[in-house]
Design a protein around this ligand. Structure first.
Ligand SMILES: Cc1cc2nc3c(=O)[nH]c(=O)nc-3n(C[C@H](O)[C@H](O)[C@H](O)COP(=O)(O)O)c2cc1C
Length: 263
C-alpha cells in the first residue's frame, strides 16, 4: 500500500492500524488499560444509553484458547441488562419497547464503535490488537457459562485482543476501494472491473490475501479469490452452530413483537 506522507498524529495512527496475531509476554500496564477503556467508552453511542458492555479478560488459558495469546482481551457485548435494570428499579418495564432486530443493531453499533476506539487508543500507546469473533466459533452455551453472562438481552458480539507485538513488523494489508467507496450513488462493479479486482487480489504486491499463496498454487487455483471462496470458509460443527443460534434466541434480543405483532 502506498505510504501516506505529511499526516497529523491521529491520521498516522489510523493509517498504521493492522492486526497483530503474535504477542510478546509484556504486560499491559493498568494505566494504559484504563486509558484504552476510557477511550472506548468515549465513543458515540445511541442516545448516550451505552447499551453495551465490555468484559476485560486476562486469564492465561482463555487468552491462549480464544485470544491468540494476547495479554488482555476486551469482549464487547450487546447488552441491555444494565439499562433494563435501571428502568425496572424505577418501576418501568421497557423490555417490550426495545424492538428486536433494531435494538440489536443499535446496541451492536455502540459496541463496535467502542471497540474500534479501543483499538485506535491501543495503537497510539504502542499496543497491538486483533479483532476476533472467535467466541462465535465455540460452543456458545459454554461461553455464556464461563463468562457468567445473563442469558437474556446480552450477546458477546466482538472481541479485541490486546498486547505488545512480538512479530517483526509485517507490511500493512492492502485495501480495495472500487465498489467499497461510492460517490453520490451506489455503483456495482462492471464485468471488466470485477476482472480487474480479481487481478488486484492476485497481485501479491497489494497484500490483500490472507491465505498461503504457495498452497493456493499447489492446489491449482488460478486466483486468490477462487481459493478463498472454494476452500477458506471452514464449516463449523453443526452442534456449535445450533448453540450459537440457541443463545441468540434465548437472549430474546430478536423478538420482533412490536412491529410484526408476533408473540
Ligand atoms: C469482525 C472481525 C473479525 C475478525 N476475526 C478474526 C479472527 O477470528 N482471526 C484473525 O486472525 N483475524 C480476524 N480479524 C482480522 C482481519 O482478518 C483483519 O482485520 C483483515 O485481514 C485486515 O487486516 P489488518 O487488520 O491487518 O489490516 C477479524 C476482523 C474483524 C473486523
Amino acid at each position: 500500500m502506498k505510504k501516506e506522507t505529511n499526516l497529523n498524529e491521529t491520521l498516522n495512527v489510523l493509517f498504521s492500524l493492522k492486526s497483530v496475531r503474535n504477542y510478546s509476554r509484556k504486560e499491559i500496564k493498568k494505566k494504559n488499560l484504563d486509558l484504552i477503556l476510557k477511550a472506548a467508552i468515549r465513543a458515540a453511542n445511541s442516545g448516550n444509553r451505552q447499551v453495551y458492555s465490555v468484559i476485560v479478560v486476562d486469564d492465561k488459558e482463555l487468552m491462549k484458547k480464544y485470544f491468540y495469546g494476547g495479554n488482555k482481551a476486551l469482549i464487547f457485548l450487546v447488552d441491555y441488562n444494565r439499562w433494563f435494570d435501571l428502568a425496572r428499579h424505577l418501576g418501568y418495564a421497557i423490555e417490550e419497547s426495545v424492538d428486536g432486530m433494531r435494538g440489536f443493531t443499535i446496541s451492536s453499533m455502540d459496541a463496535m464503535l467502542a471497540a474500534q476506539s479501543a483499538a485506535i487508543a491501543a495503537k497510539s500507546l504502542g499496543i497491538g490488537s486483533l479483532f476476533t469473533t472467535s467466541l462465535h466459533r465455540e460452543d456458545m452455551i459454554k461461553v455464556y457459562e464461563f463468562l457468567r453472562l445473563p442469558e437474556k438481552y446480552c450477546f458477546p458480539y466482538l472481541s479485541l485482543t490486546l498486547g505488545y507485538p512480538e512479530e517483526v513488523s509485517k507490511p500493512l494489508k492492502g485495501r480495495v476501494t472500487k465498489g467499497v467507496i461510492h460517490y453520490g450513488k451506489y455503483q456495482s462493479l462492471s464485468q471488466e472491473e470485477l476482472q480487474e479486482q480479481i487481478a488486484e487480489y492476485d497481485n501479491e504486491a497489494n497484500n490483500l490475501g490472507l491465505v498461503n499463496e504457495q498452497q493456493r498454487k499447489e492446489e491449482g487455483f488460478d486466483h486468490y479469490l477462487s481459493y478463498y471462496f472454494a476452500k477458506w470458509s471452514k464449516s463449523q460443527p453443526k452442534q456449535e452452530i445450533e448453540n450459537f443460534y440457541a443463545t441468540l434466541q434465548r437472549s430474546e434480543l430478536f423478538k420482533v413483537k412490536k412491529f410484526l405483532n408476533l408473540n
